[in-house]
Design a protein around this ligand. Structure first.
Ligand SMILES: *Cc1c(COP(=O)(O)O)cnc(C)c1O
Length: 238
């Protein structure tokens, strides 16, 4: 048994406790966020039964994927996307959660190898409407979703949000409720979305209370991260 397996068991228990407590009918997938973790750490978590992993930095992810080819992992890209990185993202991931512009979606669709299943997409929404944060605003969302729905090599699955961090449960829940409302609006327009990607180590029970179907958890599984690596833009140019 590794420390990760204890943490994974504990998180699994907390997810099921939250589902019961808030009468959440949806199933909840745990995406283990492995940014800044080594390939060995990912392998240990995989051997403990975790199969879904999320990465933020392309180059770091590709290096680790090459070392983990023997593991049947579903890779989710959850970091900011530069338009010159869409080709490797479209080739090496199963899901992308951080799409907030049509141009990026078009490039991902064009670059998705046709022999692979369509790339699963979540649109990142910005509910706090802070100019500094990425994500589409509520007003832009419907048009963006309808356009992305037409792209041949993408499968639009849902919404992703990273609300402003806060410690108050009810405030966390208020923010997730706004994301859920946008999700329901899109479904009223016939978009057939099935994925609400929201909730991190500090707020996932509140996200589950508001309908999260996928929680993205890093620190609570792997421990507090070492300092952030250089973003791709610094090391590789834009
Ligand atoms: C780092 C990160 C997470 C995980 O955050 P923790 O607080 O470590 O659980 C989830 N989603 C995104 C987009 C992230 O960048």
């Amino acid at each position: 048994m590794t420390a990760f397996s204890d943490n994974l068991i504990s998180i699994g228990q907390q997810i099921s406790d939250a589902r019961i407590r808030f009468h959440a009918a949806q199933s909840v997938t745990l995406c283990a966020v492995s940014k800044a973790q080594t390939a060995q750490a990912i392998r240990a978590a995989f051997e403990a039964g975790q199969t879904v992993f999320g990465e933020n930095y392309l180059q770091e992810a590709l290096t680790k994927q090459a070392q983990l080819q023997d593991c049947a992992i579903a890779w989710h890209f959850i970091g900011p996307i530069q338009s010159n990185k869409t080709q490797p993202i479209a080739r090496h991931f199963d899901w992308v959660h951080s799409v907030d512009r049509l141009k990026i979606a078009q490039r991902l669709s064009d670059a998705r190898p046709p022999e692979l299943a369509p790339l699963n997409i979540c649109l990142q929404v910005n509910i706090s409407e802070e100019a500094s944060k990425s994500g589409a605003s509520g007003q832009e969302l419907l048009e963006l979703a309808l356009n992305i729905k037409q792209l041949p090599h993408l499968h639009l699955r849902g919404l992703m949000a990273i609300p402003a961090p806060c410690n108050d449960f009810e405030q966390q829940r208020d923010q997730f409720r706004q994301v859920r409302a946008l999700f329901e609006q899109l479904n009223h327009h016939g978009l057939q979305l099935d994925t609400l990607s929201m909730g991190m180590s500090g707020d996932f029970p509140a996200a589950i209370a508001e309908g999260a179907t996928l929680v993205r958890i890093g620190a609570a599984i792997f421990g507090v991260r070492p300092p952030k690596p250089q973003p791709d833009s610094v090391t590789e140019g834009n």
